[in-house]
Structure formats: structure tokens, C-alpha cells
Design a protein around this ligand. Structure first.
Ligand SMILES: Cc1cc2nc3c(=O)[nH]c(=O)nc-3n(C[C@H](O)[C@H](O)[C@H](O)COP(=O)(O)OP(=O)(O)OC[C@H]3O[C@@H](n4cnc5c(N)ncnc54)[C@H](O)[C@@H]3O)c2cc1C
Length: 497
């Protein structure tokens, strides 16, 4: 679907991956399943309503509120949801709302609860259909809820479990986007292959000019790696029994960013035609290749279902969590001297084994010889993973609790991890193809080899930047800019206000 049209992908993804079917299957009661699954099977479209005007990446500050009705048989829902995909068309929605806070250990604990809402109920209204840079065909809107009576039995999973439900649903739901990024990569590869062979400039097909050839080589290698990442995560989800939180987040982050770079290169390869609309190309008798639409449709993938920044933070938190469990009492503020001393002994015991083991270990020949020509890259992944673990630890020691605010550092560490994961996935997929489709497998080894060589170069740069960077200066200039100190630079424009 994604190789044809991003809007249909968004419709299916919002419906199946994050809309009603998936959470219903995972967390619904028998009664809810009996009532709603047949409707969905017959084609009812659903939506997922979390975002609000004031609530984007951080849903904890949600304002949509559900309060118990006086007779206790229902919840009364009030609020407004923004950018709800399928919202103008859906028969059913998962709506996230605050429910009355609970007091835990004397502290107020905010509750967010998920509800199944039928859009035909009184008080549900489409306020506005939203329009975007791309995905022009999606049914996306601002949906308001005014005293909507939601039967008590329509709470999904349980009161206060809404955010956890959204996170768990998204672990697998997030896999749609990586595989649809692969589809975009494949389409771009096809477009670039055809155009670079047909288009002759300076006496040669443009694909023979090194600058364009470099783009096409990287495009083929990256598309292969993206597919390897998406298929590996998909296989893990299908097999079950794995906690794929990290893998799914990496797949979403890596494939959406790699896909964007591929599309950017495809626009460049198509030259002026890459910037021209398909309708305009068709009208003047050329093949209507919709690269500009692919670009517009794709851009949102780096923002929704967890923006690139939020994915980086999510992955970084997982990486640092283990260290905080072990050494939190030593590095975190607000601990007593006794806690710190006990923490120091515990952390000392752990790191006395852990730290040397991140240095030791054989990551050289003949390890992983079964990977043939790719073995060197698998070994590099192993060495890189240990170096990464050390890098996380060193960053913890260097920045202490302030590491949380050093996002540029954390993001580099995450990027290294994502590259290593993609390398491992690419080598494993090439190996798998060699067994199942030897002809494709031999080609795949070539692509995996190129991908790993280029990924290793990127990893080296990221590791280098951990030590030598201009992060502090960039942050300072950003703050000065925000404070208006560089407004002089904005002079020379036509006034807009
Ligand atoms: C076409 C489209 C379809 C959508 N469909 C749905 C849907 O079906 N259901 C739904 O509920 N929502 C939907 N959304 C909303 C989408 O999920 C949000 O846009 C997304 O969560 C980001 O929120 P925001 O746009 O408010 O950005 P903000 O959260 O305001 O973030 C703005 C920028 O700041 C960055 N940022 C935020 N916090 C941090 C931080 N702590 N550290 C570093 N950087 C940070 C972000 O990454 C982003 O770059 C849709 C949006 C669009 C445009």
C-alpha cells in the first residue's frame, strides 16, 4: 500500500495499529470484543485520539476529562482532540482522557484512562477537517466531546491504565511505519534507477556520473538495511515472547530518517522533475512520477507515532536505566550520606565485573566466521556494542544527573546503537537470503557489505563527536537567539507582522 499511497497507509495504520482493533484484541474484555470486533471485521473504521492543542509529545498534561456520572453507570467525557487521523470518518475511537486523580503515599497521582467511544453518540462532533503539507487524502480532524456519556463497560483495560495501554499498543503499532518507509525506499530506488539510466547529460547517463552513482549505491544499500530492520522486528513481534520496545523504537527512528534521506536524494536525482508535480508532468506529456508528493507525504513520519527526538529519548532512557538502578543512589541528587555510601558499595560490586567485561571479549577473527565476507562487520558490531556500553557509562560518570539534559550526547549514543542494530539486521538478512534465495542472497551480501562499510564510517564519526563537539556553544547560541540577541540577523526581510 505504501508504495502507492501514503494516505491509505495512514488510514490503515491509524485504524489497525493504534486505533480500536489492536488495543481491543490485547486488553479488551470479552463483552467489548463481542460487541466491537464483528463491527470492525465488517469494515468500521476506527481512530486513536490522544493529541490535544496543548498536549503533543508529553501526554501527561492532558486536559480532556472523564468524570463518573452521578448514578455510577457511565463516564461523562469533555474535551477536544487535535489531528485525529480517521477522526472525520471513524465509527469508533480510542479516546485518552484524564480521570480523577488518586492519592498514592500522600501524593496526587494523575490518571489517564482509555475509552472506546462510538462517534454516533450525542456530544461527539467533528469541529474541523485538518489539511496538511502532504497526505492530502487523510480524514483527519479536530474532534470535540461535550458531555458524552460513555458506558462504564467501555473503559479499556482499567481505570488509570491509558498511558500504559498506549505505550504497549505502540510497541507493535510502531512497526507499521518502518515497513512503510521501506516501501518508499523501494519506490525511490525504482524511480532513480529508471531515470538515472534514461537521462543523458554531458554525453552520459546521469547514473554514470560519480555523484549520482554514489547516491544510488547508498540508496540500494540503505533500502536493503531498512528492510532487514523492519523484517527482523516484525519477525520478533510475530514470534512473540520478546520485549521489542527498543527494537520497535529503533526501527521507527532509523527507517523514517533513512527513508527521508533517500527521498531527498531521489528529488535531487530527478532534478527539476523531482520538484514538479505529477499532474504538471503528465500535462506536458511526461511520465507522471510523483516524487514531490512522496516527499510531502513522507515528512510526517519523523513527527508522528513518536517524533525522532522522543524516540531518541525513549531509547536513551532504556540504555541509562540499568545504570540508574545500580548507581542511582550515588549520582542522583537528594540522597542521604548513608544511601550514597550503601549505593557506592553496591555499584562498586557491580562495576568491578561489568566495566572490565566491556573491554575484554574477543571481537576479532575467526569469530562469526559463518557470516563469510560479512563476518568482519558482525565482529565490528560486537566491538562497537561494547564500546557503546562504555560510552554510555563514561557519559554517566562525566555528566552525572545532568546527562538527562545533554540530549546531543545521548542522541549520538542512540544513533550509534541504531547503526549497530541495522548492521546486525542487514548481515542476518543477507545470511538468511543466502539460504532461502541464493541468487538474491549473493546480491544481498554485496548490499549488506556496502551498508556496513558506510554505517561503520558514520559510527566512527559519532564516537569521535562524543569527545569533540560544539554542543555547549550551540546551546548557548540557541538560548541567545531565543532571548532575541541575534534579531539583528533577521534584518533585511519584508516585514510580515
Ligand atoms: C498528519 C498527522 C496525523 C496525526 N494523527 C494523530 C492521531 O491519529 N492521533 C493522535 O493522537 N495524534 C495524531 N497526530 C499528532 C502527532 O502524534 C503529534 O504531532 C506528535 O505527537 C508531536 O506532537 P506535537 O506536534 O504537539 O509536537 P510537540 O510535542 O509540541 O513537539 C515539537 C517539537 O519539539 C520536540 N520535542 C518535544 N519534547 C521534546 C523533548 N523533551 N526533548 C527534545 N525535543 C522535544 C518534538 O520532537 C518536536 O520536534 C497527528 C499529527 C499529524 C500532523
Amino acid at each position: 500500500m505504501s508504495s502507492i499511497d501514503g494516505s491509505i497507509t495512514a488510514l490503515l495504520s491509524a485504524h489497525q495499529s493504534i486505533g480500536v482493533p489492536q488495543p481491543l484484541k490485547m486488553f479488551g474484555s470479552e463483552g467489548q470484543k463481542k460487541k466491537y470486533l464483528p463491527l470492525l471485521a465488517k469494515g468500521a473504521i476506527s481512530a486513536f485520539a490522544l493529541t490535544e492543542p496543548g498536549v503533543g509529545s508529553d501526554p501527561a498534561a492532558m486536559e480532556t476529562m472523564a468524570t463518573p456520572s452521578e448514578d455510577g453507570t457511565a463516564w461523562i467525557l469533555n474535551g477536544e482532540k487535535l489531528w485525529c487521523t480517521n477522526g472525520t470518518k471513524a465509527e469508533l475511537m480510542v479516546v485518552m482522557a484524564r480521570t480523577p486523580s488518586k492519592t498514592v503515599n500522600g501524593k496526587e497521582k494523575r490518571q489517564i484512562t482509555a475509552f472506546i467511544v462510538e462517534t454516533a453518540w450525542p456530544g461527539v462532533k467533528v469541529e474541523h477537517r485538518c489539511h496538511f503539507m502532504g497526505l492530502k487524502a487523510i480524514y483527519n480532524g479536530v474532534i470535540s466531546f461535550r458531555n458524552v456519556r460513555v458506558p462504564r463497560e467501555n473503559v479499556l483495560w482499567g481505570e488509570g491504565k491509558g498511558l500504559k495501554l498506549a505505550l504497549i499498543t505502540l510497541n507493535t503499532g510502531r512497526l507499521t511505519l518502518p515497513i512503510s518507509s521501506v516501501a518508499a525506499g523501494k519506490r525511490c530506488l525504482e524511480i532513480s534507477r529508471r531515470w538515472s539510466s534514461e537521462r543523458v547529460q554531458w554525453g552520459r547517463p546521469i547514473g554514470k556520473h560519480d555523484a549520482i552513482a554514489q547516491k544510488i549505491g547508498a540508496m540500494a544499500a540503505n533500502t536493503f538495511a531498512m528492510e532487514a530492520v523492519a523484517e527482523l522486528c516484525g519477525a520478533m513481534a510475530d514470534r512473540g515472547g520478546y520485549d521489542i520496545r527498543l527494537e520497535a523504537a529503533i526501527a521507527k527512528l532509523y527507517n523514517s530518517e533513512a527513508g527521508w534521506r533517500i527521498i531527498d536524494d531521489t528529488v535531487q536525482i530527478r532534478g527539476g522533475r523531482g520538484y514538479e508535480t505529477a499532474d504538471s508532468l503528465r500535462a506536458r506529456g511526461e511520465r507522471p512520477v510523483a516524487v514531490e508528493r512522496i516527499m510531502r507525504d513522507f515528512r510526517i513520519n519523523l513527527i508522528f507515532e513518536g517524533s525522532s527526538e522522543i524516540m531518541h529519548l525513549f531509547i536513551a532512557r532504556e540504555a541509562v536505566d540499568k545504570h540508574l538502578q545500580v548507581a542511582g543512589d550515588v549520582v542522583l541528587p537528594g540522597k542521604t550520606l548513608g544511601q550514597r555510601l550503601r549505593g557506592l558499595v553496591r555499584a562498586g560490586g557491580f562495576y568491578a565485573w561489568w566495566y572490565p567485561s566491556r573491554w575484554l571479549g574477543w571481537g576479532f577473527w575467526p569469530k562469526y566466521a559463518e557470516f563469510g565476507p560479512l563476518a568482519r562487520h558482525v565482529r565490528a558490531v560486537e566491538r562497537g556494542a561494547r564500546r557503546l556500553a562504555r560510552g554510555v557509562f563514561h557519559a554517566m560518570v562525566r555528566f552525572g544527573p545532568k546527562l538527562e539534559y545533554r540530549q546531543a550526547v545521548l542522541f549520538r549514543l542512540v544513533d550509534v546503537g541504531a547503526e549497530l542494530f541495522a548492521m546486525a539486521a542487514a548481515c542476518a538478512r543477507a545470511q538468511w537470503l543466502l539460504r532461502h534465495d541464493p541468487a538474491a542472497g549473493r546480491r544481498a551480501v554485496e548490499l549488506a557489505d556496502l551498508f556496513c562499510r558506510q554505517a561503520r564510517a558514520r559510527v566512527q564519526v559519532k564516537f569521535g563527536e562524543l569527545r569533540h563537539n560544539a554542543d555547549t556553544r550551540a546551546y548557548r547560541v540557541a538560548q541567545e537567539t531565543l532571548a532575541g540577541e541575534h534579531r539583528w540577523l533577521e534584518r533585511g526581510m519584508v516585514e510580515m507582522e
